[in-house]
Design a protein around this ligand. Sequence first.
Ligand code: KG4
Ligand code: ZN
Length: 346
Amino acid sequence: MLGIETSCDETGVGIVRGTELLANVIASSMDEHARYGGVVPEIAARAHLEALEPTIRAALAEAGVTLAELDAVAVTSGPGLGGALMVGVGAAKALAIALDKPFYAVNHLVGHVGADLLRDDAGDAPLELPTIALLVSGGHTSLLHVRSLTNDVELLGETIDDAAGEAFDKVARLLGLPYPGGPQIDRAAAEGDPRAVRFPRGLSLPKDLARHRYDFSFSGLKTAVARHVEALRDAGEEVPVADIAASFREAVADVLTAKAIAACRDLRVPRLLLGGGVVANARVRALAAERAEAAGVALRIPPLSLCTDNGAMIAAIAAQRIMAGHGPSDLGVGADSTLPVTVVQA
Ligand code: KG4
Ligand code: ZN
């Protein structure tokens, strides 16, 4: 099964045999977005167009298979950036038609959970369901209740404004750190005091929890950091970058892990899986581990190469769908930037 992923700025092509990972090749257009401080959709779409063919070839070479040997072609059909998705969906359909192979249109968020199936650390227990999944990247911040990877996924909550990774990128910019900001803030924070500034925890007050128990909001936090930095600059004081980075990182990690563990407790699901690029964050990992242990929750974090956007996770979900007896998607299915998580395969 070949899987194509183009929902954001990574052109990912993966090849799997069931749950066995044969190839995982990524081309990223991140450098082209750097001077804008965030992903520019039109640039991402164009970069996918240029990167797709060489990335497909590289994946076939890595797996040691030919196009003719593929059984099927899978692609992310949503959610994501409309123009970027269209490039991948178009390419996958073209391949499927040219090779006369079935076509599978897969949900990106469910793919992030499916990535865990591909880990090869022998001795590790296989993924158990149901599980709560926290997916945090530059494009999404979602909390899912996954009862089946093929047909039963529920969205518990998501960000009502910025994605967590986006907040890292915007705050980095405020602090004069380069894009992508997540790794930069993580590094600066290691030298800072997380208690230096008490930044707000979005949607965590009792009145907000009533309506948004599992939702996230990071725009207020970003504004609070901006105000804080502005006040220091106005007063002619030096900006303590490490302390602000550490305090900001603490606020994000606190909210993400508190809500994810609350979902595990409320729904009596003693399992939590993390996915998305922000999972690289040292504090998010540490706090998730600490709180999961305290709550008796088993924490799973796939290797980072499978946490960030990739095509292999998409192929893995399509393979699961086939094994569960589902047929291919209709070639009339198109990109859907707001594809709901309840639709595992469009
Ligand atoms: O999953 P990913 O590679 O895909 C996209 O969203 O495109 O996630 C990238 C995001 C960026 O916003 C980046 O700043 C963030 O993940 N990120 C981090 C760290 N490493 C990457 N955020 C916080 N801490 C990190 N160490
Ligand atoms: Zn993603």
